[in-house]
Design a binder for this molecule. Structure first.
Ligand SMILES: C[S@@+](CC[C@H](N)C(=O)[O-])C[C@H]1O[C@@H](n2cnc3c(N)ncnc32)[C@H](O)[C@@H]1O
Length: 221
């Protein structure tokens, strides 16, 4: 059996169809987002399902996300929260944050979601102060890829023992893949450094799930 580009595409479609199982609101969200002028760069349904599942597996009461876009991944994350839980999601673009606010409210998770307008590298250290160290159950990174190493420093402080650092694009993204030669793409190099640092860090147990563009999952020990 050989993996080919066509087989990879069919496999990704299979994963979304069998495991994604979006409801009507999620299935149509990115069509509305693109019509509103947002880029079509949300996670896939199968990654969304994984986010909900991971939140439930750690009994998440507080989740932090970097990179809200239109709220697609945020809705999946919010659905993984336990009773009384909250999602704090960080987004610098008003167009994206305004659109996401409407989608969170319309999907029934609005009361659980706080959108923080700003840059991840600025807001994450503020959250360490506001929420406290070791207070967060899951941090999901999906902002600027060159900033992943910087996000990881704050996530390390925010996460409680047993909490999860989850990062999208651990294997690739627009215009790059992890096996490209070092030095040609700053996002590839930053994510490679991020992956290797987490995998070698005694404070984390780390694995990477190669669905879509790769999801790194690191459990704080
Ligand atoms: C890949 S999209 C996020 C997709 C979203 N997580 C989803 O799957 O539905 C990246 C988002 O990060 C936002 N962003 C850009 N610069 C950022 C920064 N410095 N800090 C945090 N987010 C940033 C972009 O505006 C964009 O909405």
């Amino acid at each position: 059996m050989q993996m080919t580009p066509d087989r990879w595409t069919r496999t990704s479609t299979y994963l979304d169809d069998v495991f994604g199982r979006e409801d009507e609101r999620l299935a149509t969200l990115m069509t509305r987002a693109v019509q509103a002028g947002l880029p079509d760069i949300a996670v896939s349904a199968s990654v969304g399902r994984l986010l909900t599942l991971l939140g439930r597996m750690v009994g998440a009461r507080t989740i932090v996300e970097v990179g809200t876009l239109g709220g697609y991944s945020g809705i999946w994350l919010a659905r993984g929260l336990g009773e009384g839980g909250r999602l704090v999601t960080i987004e610098p673009e008003d167009l994206h944050a305004d659109f996401a606010r409407c989608e969170f409210d319309a999907s029934g998770v609005g009361a659980r979601v706080q959108i923080r307008r700003g840059f991840g590298l600025d807001v994450l250290p503020q959250l360490v102060e506001e929420l406290g160290a070791s207070s967060v159950d899951l941090v999901f990174l999906d902002g600027i890829k060159t900033e992943y190493p910087g996000y990881a420093a704050s996530a390390r402080a925010l996460l409680r023992p047993g909490g999860l650092l989850v990062a999208d694009n651990a294997l690739g993204g627009g215009g790059w893949w992890i096996d490209d030669a070092p030095g040609a793409n700053a996002s590839r190099d930053a994510v490679d450094a991020f992956n290797r640092a987490l995998a070698a860090d005694d404070a984390f147990e780390t694995a990477c799930v190669p669905i879509r563009e790769g999801v790194q999952i690191a459990r704080k020990t």
